[in-house]
Design a protein around this ligand. Sequence first.
Ligand SMILES: C[C@H](O)CC(=O)C(=O)O
Length: 541
Amino acid sequence: MTDLNKDIVFLDCTLRDGGYYNDWDFSHVLMQRYLDAVAAAGVNIVEMGFRFVKTGGFKGPCAFTTDNFLRSVVIPKNLDVAVMLNAGDLFLGKGVIETLEDLFTAPAAESPVDIVRFACHAREFRASLPAAAWLHERGYRVGFNIMQITGQTHEEIVALAAEAQKHPIEVLYFADSMGSMSPAQTTRIIGWIKEGWSGPVGVHTHDNMGLALSNTLAAIDAGATWVDSTVTGMGRGPGNARTEELALELAPARGGVVTELLDLVLQDFGPMKERYGWGTNPFYYLSGKHSIHPTYIQEMLADQRFNTSDMLSVLDHLRQAGGKKFDSSVLSNARTMGNGQHSAGTWKPEEIIAGRPVLILGNGRSVQKHQAEIERFVAKLKPVVLGLNAKDGINSDLIDMRIACHPMRLLADADLHALNDKPLITPVALLQDSVRDKLAEKPLLNYGLNAAPGQFEPHETDCIIPARLVAAYALAVAVAGRASHIYMAGFDGFTSADPRNHEMRDLLALCLAGDGIPPVTSITRTRYSILPTHSVYGLTR
Ligand SMILES: C[C@H](O)CC(=O)C(=O)O
């Protein structure tokens, strides 16, 4: 039975680990409600976010967690404030100390930050240690979280712990980054750490196998005195031990009041969880079981192009090839399978488009939001409307043709395409047999596709595009058809960290730079700044 009466330092890192879902862009109102609720529930330390070095792409305030930002929220008096640094950021070009000088311009006495924690791979540990003394001298408390601890042997863990002992580090954490540990392993690892380290031990768990809370409680039993959790488990991949559950466990011994926290769970984080989808599921379970980086699952779940069998085949591949480190090219390769195949076409887009405007209808939420106005736009300008894949978005009578080329998407949508009476533009020679069978009765417009990175060449009956991306294919069809103007709707873009953003941006750059390209205009809001935009509301006047 876990003894919860001992002094536990209860650290909530929702804004830091949860930020992987919303680009660390929490509203001030939510942050304030969160701070008040966790303070009342007995949390001692709030990790308000990362202090990232790189600033590319949009990320919200909890990615940089500057002193100025921290001064804009009211931190309840009983809470200490932590920020986390990726130890890897200490080695981006400047030296360790120079990087810290940029990030921590004020001593702790003049900063809202009390504690600086480092998220550190074992391989980065020794080189990062000078950071501890530098911060300590300036009054900051310092913690090190060793990530992916299960990859380390007994001897390696003892050696790391003994090294940490020589530096002014207040707490030495280990993180079950893959969510693959059992309570017995957790207990064992704490024993190993204690062989080399006599200070407080902390634990940070992930919930791939549904064991985050059990592992945290096992860690307390085994002598850990610092514990991390997040509200509703909001954290990378399946997320973490849940603060509300830990608070309920700890409250009798510590006297925290959880009412506000439970309201926050129901009213704020519950709906966010629905929207973003953290929490474990069989895919995360498998990733935990085989020590596969959770970002693979998070990315595939967020990408409609991956269906269940795609995800299982990617997991199977990573189980065999090793997947501890996230590598986005594994997923793009999976999505672009068959790219090497060449297909000649027979259909000429010019037969239908013949100099008319084209509207390419993407799948972004903006299509639904502005549906009525987009329909008015179609009625007024009479473009040829190409609907990407099988989703409608606007009145399906207004869509002239469907267009699809991605092998996994076609596999997933084949039944829907078969039911739909609009012709489907697709590279017929590349269709898998099962898809071809399902589309046997369907009017197919066979426009050939050859994928070659860095190329965008629309020809009369086929094209060369960088990958089997339907947006690229649709643009090629519109250009080959000699569209007078290409309009795009529903190309909203993805969150800044999403690799698909770069893919689309590169594609648009390539396409817009091509010869003989007609004007291209997005008529709905888009994150692709390269795309000239004119509001649909201005174009229907
Ligand atoms: C060290 C940190 O707690 C980072 C993290 O979330 C991980 O699991 O790794």
